[in-house]
Design a protein around this ligand. Structure first.
Ligand code: RUB
Length: 319
C-alpha cells in the first residue's frame, strides 16, 4: 500500500481506531522512505519525509496518537547527519514504535482484566482495541462476564465490537446509543478507549462517551479508560485544545433529504470530551492511574513533547 493509499484509508475510516491509525501511519512512513530516491543529501531526504508525514497528519485531527507516533519516530531522524543514517534510524524507530505499541496493548489488556471483577457486567462504547483487549483477557482469565455494547451511530463501530465479543464467546447485549442511561442500572462498570487525554485528565473519545460517563457517575458505576501512553497530548499543557473532528452531514442525513429541509442543519462531531471527574481510572501500559496524574505520564513518557514546548516558550520570550 502506498502512503497516499494509507492516508486515504485513514481519512475514509477504513483504517480506524487511535492505536491502529498510529501503527499504520508509522509503517506507511517507513515504507514510503524506500520509494524516495537516494541522492546522498540528508536534507533532500528529510524534506521528502516531512512532506509525507504532513500528508498522514492531515488525515484525521483528533487522535493524538497520530502526531505523537510521527514525532516519536521522526525526532531522532531529524538529527541524522547522513541520508543513510536517517534511513536506518527511521526504520529502527518505526519498527520499535509498532512493537512497543503492540506490547503496550498486551500489558493494558492484562491490567485492565485485573480490574474487572468476576461476574461483572461491562458497558463499552465504540470499538477500542485497548478496551476489548481487557474484556477478552478477563474472559481468558476464566471470569464470568457480560457486555453491553452500543451501536455507535452513525458509523456503527458497535457491530465490529459485537463481532469480536461474539467470536470470543462473551455474552453480549447490543443497544442503541440512546438506551445507555436506561441500561446503566444493569451494568457494573464502563470500559472505553481514548483518542486523546489532556493534561487535566479529560478523555477525548467517540461521541457519546461523555454521556455514558455521566450516566455511570449518576448510577455510581466505575468508568475505566484504557489508553496507551502515546494517547496523552502534551500540547494541552500550553492550553492547546484537542480539535474535535466534524464529519460530513450526509453521514447522518442523506443529501436529498437535507436538500428538502432548508431550515435544518446537521452537526456531526465524532468525538467528545469527558471531564476527569467522571473517570475513575486510566489504565496505561505504565500502570493504572487517576486522571489527574496525566501530567506525570506526559513528563515520564512524552518528555520530548515537553522539551519541544519549552523550546517554543523560550523562543517566544526572545521576541
Ligand atoms: C475510535 C474510537 C476508539 C479510540 C480508541 O473512533 O473512538 O474508542 O480510537 O481505540 P473512530 P483503540 O472509529 O472514529 O476511529 O483502543 O483501538 O486505539
Amino acid at each position: 500500500m502506498t502512503l497516499a493509499e494509507t492516508a486515504e484509508k485513514i481519512k475514509t475510516m477504513e483504517i480506524r481506531g487511535a492505536g491502529k491509525i498510529a501503527r499504520e501511519a508509522v509503517s506507511a512512513l517507513r515504507d514510503h522512505a524506500e520509494t524516495i530516491p537516494r541522492t546522498g543529501d540528508v536534507k533532500t531526504f528529510l524534506r521528502e519525509l516531512e512532506y509525507a508525514a504532513g500528508v498522514l497528519l492531515a488525515t484525521r485531527p483528533t487522535a493524538v496518537s497520530l502526531p505523537n507516533a510521527i514525532q516519536i519516530v521522526m525526532r531522532d531522524v531529524r538529527n541524522a547527519k547522513t541520508e543513510e543514517a536517517a534511513r536506518c534510524i527511521l526504520n529502527d524507530k518505526a519498527n520499535q514504535f509498532i512493537w512497543s505499541s503492540r506490547t503496550a496493548l498486551d500489558r493494558i489488556s492484562v491490567m485492565g482484566a485485573n480490574h474487572i471483577p468476576n461476574g461483572s457486567v461491562i458497558m463499552t462504547h465504540c470499538n477500542s482495541k485497548a478496551a476489548l483487549g481487557s474484556i477478552i483477557e478477563a474472559k481468558n482469565q476464566g471470569k464470568d462476564i457480560e457486555v453491553y455494547a452500543t451501536e455507535v451511530r452513525p458509523w456503527n463501530q458497535g457491530r465490529l465490537t459485537i463481532k469480536t465479543l461474539n467470536d470470543n464467546k462473551i455474552p453480549t447485549t447490543y443497544i442503541v446509543d440512546s438506551a445507555v442511561r436506561s441500561m446503566m442500572k444493569d451494568v457494573d462498570l464502563v470500559i472505553v478507549g481514548a483518542d486523546a487525554i489532556t493534561v487535566n485528565g479529560a478523555v477525548v473519545n467517540k461521541i457519546g462517551t461523555s454521556q455514558i460517563a455521566l450516566a455511570a457517575h449518576e448510577a455510581r458505576k466505575n468508568v475505566i479508560v484504557t489508553a496507551e501512553t502515546y494517547k496523552f497530548a502534551p500540547r494541552t499543557i500550553l492550553g492547546e485544545l484537542i480539535q474535535i473532528e466534524e464529519r460530513p452531514q450526509n453521514e447522518i442525513l442523506p443529501d436529498e433529504i437535507a436538500a428538502s429541509l432548508p431550515f435544518v442543519k446537521v452537526k456531526n462531531p465524532v468525538f467528545d470530551v469527558t471531564p476527569a471527574e467522571y473517570i475513575d481510572m486510566i489504565i496505561t501500559e505504565a500502570g493504572a492511574l487517576p486522571p489527574h496524574l496525566a501530567y506525570t505520564i506526559m513528563r515520564e513518557y512524552l518528555g520530548w513533547g515537553l522539551d519541544e514546548l519549552q523550546n517554543q516558550f523560550l523562543s517566544m520570550e526572545k521576541h
